[in-house]
Design a protein around this ligand. Sequence first.
Ligand code: BJW
Ligand code: ZN
Length: 262
Amino acid sequence: MSASSSYEAFQQILKSAKHIATICGAGLSAESGIPTFRGEGGFWRTFEATELATPSAFKANPSRVWEFYHYRRELVLKKQANNAHKALVNFENKVLSQTPQNQTFTVITQNVDGLSSNLKNIIEMHGSLFRTRCTKCGDIEKNNDSPICEALKGTEDSNFDTNIPIEKLPSCTNCEGLLRPDVVWFNEKLDQNILSKIHEELDRCDLLLVIGTSGTVYPAAGYSNYVKLRGGKIAIFNIEDTGDADFKFIGPCGETLSKALE
Ligand code: BJW
Ligand code: ZN
């Protein structure tokens, strides 16, 4: 497939599309100063970020994994939505203000940073940095505390493990069990309700915007192909060429997405 990089041609398709969806990744938040998972920014201390996003890493060293998530929570709390996040919000508002409303727009994101919280119709498929889940009773709670617990305070500035004992890590107010971030780690199943909602969207989607994702992690990595096989159009927004598409806008998505959706 030879891809177009014409904004005019894209905007024609955008205008005629009925059901528009996105699959977003870490690149969407890169211009806010949030590191991506792979490539240059993919290291925290001496660890690869992807090594820590696993149930086995948490089991082996809950203190280290909590330090990693505490660091990211504290970082995100200092950061703001960038032009790409804003372009999505503006476009959603535009779609919602149509009379009659003859389009739908759904943002599916792998990001857990909450920087798209101004959107009305968003599916956060990998969870949220700002929710906790009890490993004992399963209770899920919103949590924006900074720091999330006393023992983690200041560890975001350290280069070494603090080795916090389990009883000093975040704990459940109901049952005192160890809390974990309510995110989806490798080898964990995604929430069935969320998967159903995503499939409802993909089954009607005629234009999928693939924004700032390396497309290496399933199930999200399969969405572009899924929509393409159904006859939908694909538009990639990335600083690198990440695969087959009808449109490719190579460059920082704060610029390319703003221009494409204006
Ligand atoms: C810019 C930019 C700018 C930079 N502008 N662009 C089928 C085949 C093979 C394996 C599997 C399979 N199905 C499932 C698996 C196993 C596994 C998997 O996919 N493994 C692969 C590595 C092969 N998947 C799972 O385990 C999933 N579970 C599941 O499917 O359950 C059922 C099952 C289990 C086991 C076997 C079979 C079935 C769960 C996946 C959960 C992923 N979790 C994480 C952590 C979330 C919590 C946290 O944040 O800590 O999600 S890992 C990490 O990767 C995170 C991200 O959401 C995800 C995707 O990364 P993303 O967003 O694409 O980031 P990067 O860094 O990779 O890319 C950034 C991109 O931005 C780059 O392209 C840059 O160029 C670009 N960029 N600046 C535009 N300014
Ligand atoms: Zn509990």
